[in-house]
Design a protein around this ligand. Structure first.
Ligand code: SF4
Length: 397
C-alpha cells in the first residue's frame, strides 16, 4: 500500500491533483481547446492516457490493496486530473460494470490512505477541505471531526468494523464526534459512492472509447477475478462451466448490470458457497448489480455463508427456484452462448431436484455439510437472510 507523507497544507492545485473527483478540479485544465475527443486521441494527452490506464489496471487487479501506481511519482496535478478523467470516461463505457465499482473502491481507498497518514491540524484541515467540496457532512469541531447523526448512520452502515457501531460513538446533541482517522474512513465511503456512479456518456463517445481503448477494455475484463475456491473447501476446483442453467443465468443477469431478484441473489450466494467459492468470488458476482454496495454485499454474503460456523444456508431446491421464476431449464433466449439458449435435458430428469445435484452429476465437487442434515433450505420466504448486493436505500433487502 502506498504510504503518503505530507508536511504542509496542500495548495488548491495539489489538493485537486490528490483528489481529482472534487468539484472545482476542472480548474486545473488550462487549455481552452480541451475536448473529450482530444483526451482520447490527441498525442498531447498521451501521458494522461497512460496514467489513466495505470489507474484502471491497478484497481482491476485488486481494489482493496490500493496498489501503488508508479506513474504517479512526479506527475503534476493537471496530469493527475486528466488521467482521472480519462479513467472515469473509459470505465463509463466498459461492458463490465464491475470494473467501475472496483475502480471506485481503489480510488476512495487511495484518498483515505493519504488522509489517514496525515497528522494533527493538517489532517483535520485536509479532511474538512475534501469533505466540504464533496458536500460530505464532516466538519472540524473542538474535540474532533463532527458529523450529524443521520449522516453518520448513512455513511457508517456499510462499514463492518465494530468501532463504527453507533453505540460506541461519542454522540452529543444529535452530532457524532469522531477522531480524524475514523472521519477519513467515513469520507472514503462518501467518495466511493460518488465514483461508483457512472458518468453520462453519449453513444458517439461510447463508440469512440470502445474502439480506441478496445485492448485496455479487454484487458480489464480479463482481469476481473475468476471464481476461486476457498482453501477450506478441500481443494476442489470451481467449474463454472458445469453450473446449472439457473445459476448461469443469475450470473449473466448481474454481469450485464441488470437487476436480480431477492430470491435469485440469495440462491446464488448460497450455491456458490456450497460449491466452494471463497468470499471474494461471491462478492465479485454481485459487482454488476445496479444497486451494488461493496460493504453491504460483503456483510450479507458473510451472513449467508457463515451461518452455523461456516456451514452456510442451503441453496433453494429446484421446485423453490421454479416457483420464483428462476429455473432456466428451458433455455435462455437472451443468452449469447448458443448452449445457454438450449433446453437442458439433465434438468428434465425426474430425479433432478436441486442445483447442487446438477453440479455434482456433471462432475463438480460440492462441499459436504459436516452435520449432514436433511435438506433444510430456508427457501426464500420469511426468515430468509438479506440477499447480497442491495444498498439499503434501494428497495427491500
Ligand atoms: S431444473 Fe433445477 S438445476 Fe435445472 S435450471 Fe431448473 S432450478 Fe436449476
Amino acid at each position: 500500500m502506498a504510504v503518503h507523507r505530507a508536511s504542509a497544507p496542500l495548495d488548491l492545485a495539489s489538493l485537486f491533483g490528490e483528489y481529482p473527483f472534487l468539484p472545482g478540479a476542472e480548474s486545473l485544465l488550462h487549455d481552452p481547446s480541451w475536448t473529450v475527443r482530444a483526451l482520447l486521441e490527441d498525442p498531447a494527452y498521451a501521458s494522461a492516457r497512460s496514467l489513466g490506464r495505470a489507474r484502471i489496471l491497478a484497481a482491476a487487479d485488486d481494489p482493496r490493496a490500493v496498489r501503488n501506481v508508479a506513474e504517479f511519482a512526479g506527475a503534476p496535478p493537471d496530469l493527475r486530473y486528466l488521467s482521472f478523467l480519462f479513467a472515469r470516461l473509459v470505465l463509463a463505457c466498459a461492458t463490465t460494470p464491475a470494473a467501475l465499482r472496483r475502480w471506485a473502491v481503489a480510488e476512495s481507498k487511495r484518498a483515505s490512505s493519504r488522509l489517514e497518514t496525515l497528522r494533527g491540524t493538517e489532517q483535520s484541515a485536509e479532511i474538512e477541505a475534501v469533505a466540504e467540496r464533496l458536500q460530505a457532512p464532516l466538519r472540524s469541531g473542538p474535540d474532533g471531526m463532527e458529523v450529524g447523526l443521520v449522516e453518520y448512520v448513512r455513511l457508517a452502515t456499510p462499514i463492518r468494523e465494530a468501532d463504527f457501531r453507533l453505540v460506541r460513538q461519542d454522540l452529543r446533541a444529535g452530532v457524532v464526534v469522531v477522531r480524524p482517522k475514523r472521519a477519513a474512513r467515513l469520507l472514503e465511503e462518501a467518495i466511493r459512492r460518488t465514483l461508483a456512479e457512472p458518468v453520462a456518456v453519449n453513444a458517439e463517445v461510447v463508440a469512440l472509447v470502445r474502439s480506441r481503448e478496445s485492448e485496455l477494455l479487454a484487458d480489464v475484463a480479463a482481469r476481473m477475478p475468476l471464481p476461486t475456491a476457498r482453501a477450506a473447501a478441500g481443494g476442489g476446483t470451481l467449474r463454472p462451466e458445469l453450473f446449472p442453467p439457473c445459476i448461469r443465468k443469475m450470473r449473466r443477469t448481474l454481469q450485464k448490470g441488470e437487476n436480480l431478484s431477492h430470491a435469485g441473489r440469495f440462491a446464488l450466494a448460497a450455491f456458490l458457497h456450497r460449491v466452494g467459492a471463497d468470499t471474494e468470488t461471491i462478492v465479485d458476482s454481485y459487482r454488476g448489480a445496479p444497486d451494488f454496495d461493496e460493504s453491504i454485499t460483503r456483510y450479507q454474503v458473510e451472513h449467508i455463508t457463515q451461518r452455523d460456523g461456516g456451514v452456510g444456508y442451503e441453496p433453494p431446491e429446484c421446485e423453490t427456484l421454479r416457483s420464483h421464476g428462476l429455473c432456466a431449464r428451458d433455455g435462455d433466449p437472451t443468452a449469447d452462448d448458443p448452449k445457454d439458449r438450449e433446453r437442458d435435458p439433465r434438468c428434465f430428469d425426474e430425479r433432478m431436484r436441486h442445483p447442487l445435484m446438477y453440479y455434482r452429476w456433471r462432475g463438480g465437487s460440492v462441499v459436504e455439510r459436516r452435520d449432514a442434515p436433511p435438506v433444510t433450505s430456508p427457501g426464500v420466504g420469511p426468515g430468509t437472510p438479506r440477499p447480497p448486493g442491495r444498498s439499503p436505500s434501494t428497495g427491500p433487502r
